[in-house]
Design a protein around this ligand. Structure first.
Ligand SMILES: CC(C)(COP(=O)(O)OP(=O)(O)OC[C@H]1O[C@@H](n2cnc3c(N)ncnc32)[C@H](O)[C@@H]1OP(=O)(O)O)[C@@H](O)C(=O)NCCC(=O)NCCS
Length: 216
């Protein structure tokens, strides 16, 4: 089967409020120092994205994907779509208020990804489909992609209804995701012209011990 246009990177519903997860709390909620009025933007902040962040997301996608191949994993309307339906499954890394890296996910309810998974959010699914992970060009090769994915997977472990995460990527990024704990599922049925993809999964539920001991 061929995809009509998608180029996967490679990158809601009934979730607890993101702010209840310790590592995603705004910095001012975690700081032990007395709080005064903040006059500067936080140096580094992780938070879920909202539809208002869609333009910033798409700017990174434009540079990372469209300028390279003419396509991108999520078009602007799709970014808005997922950030409206399931913002809790997104995670942005902001430096002094500027988005430097992000992940967008949604729920899926099948064992493997099909074309529908590229555009649909299945609220009763137990699989998180990681649509895209991208890092702003000037911040790549600094560990940010790996760190953001690590934080995201930590967060997923705190969601009792999430069984696993899946993504599809080009072969050259398989080692990158393996280092984050993903395993190869096999070739994806989705192709884009001559491009083929490998499907990978991360066993969120398999980390029950870590979930029990993670303070979720
Ligand atoms: C892929 C991406 C998310 C990685 O984030 P990052 O912050 O740059 O990655 P990190 O610094 O955490 O890790 C670096 C490692 O990622 C892997 N990696 C990153 N980009 C890679 C690429 N283009 N090809 C192969 N491996 C790559 C390498 O293993 C690299 O380690 P190395 O330099 O020692 O070989 C980021 O580079 C990105 O957003 N790229 C633009 C989007 C893109 O090209 N996606 C792939 C299109 S299918």
């Amino acid at each position: 089967m061929s995809s009509k246009r998608k180029v996967p990177f490679s990158g809601s519903w009934r979730m607890p409020a993101l702010g209840t997860v310790h590592f995603m709390k705004p910095l001012h909620m975690r700081s032990p120092v007395p709080q005064g009025r903040r006059h500067t933007l936080p140096a580094s902040e992780f938070r879920s994205l909202s539809p208002e962040d869609a333009i910033s997301v798409f700017e990174i996608e434009r540079e990372a994907f469209i300028s390279v191949s003419g396509e991108c994993p999520l078009h602007l309307d799709e970014v808005r779509h997922f950030l409206t339906l399931c913002p809790e499954l997104s995670l942005g890394w902001f430096e002094e208020g500027r988005l430097v890296a992000f992940i967008i996910g949604s729920l899926w309810d099948q064992e493997r990804l099909s074309l529908d998974a590229l555009t649909l959010h299945r609220p009763h699914g137990s699989t998180v489909h990681v649509h895209v992970l991208a890092v702003h060009r000037t911040f790549r090769q600094q560990g940010k992609g790996s760190i953001l994915m690590w934080r995201y997977l930590q967060y997923l472990r705190c969601l009792p209804y999430v069984r696993r995460a899946v993504l599809m990527c080009e072969d050259f990024l398989v080692p990158f995701y393996q280092r984050s704990g993903f395993h190869v599922l096999g070739p994806s049925e989705i192709t884009v012209g001559p491009l083929t993809f490998t499907e990978m999964f991360y066993p969120v539920r398999g980390h029950a011990f870590m979930r029990r001991n993670s303070g979720c």
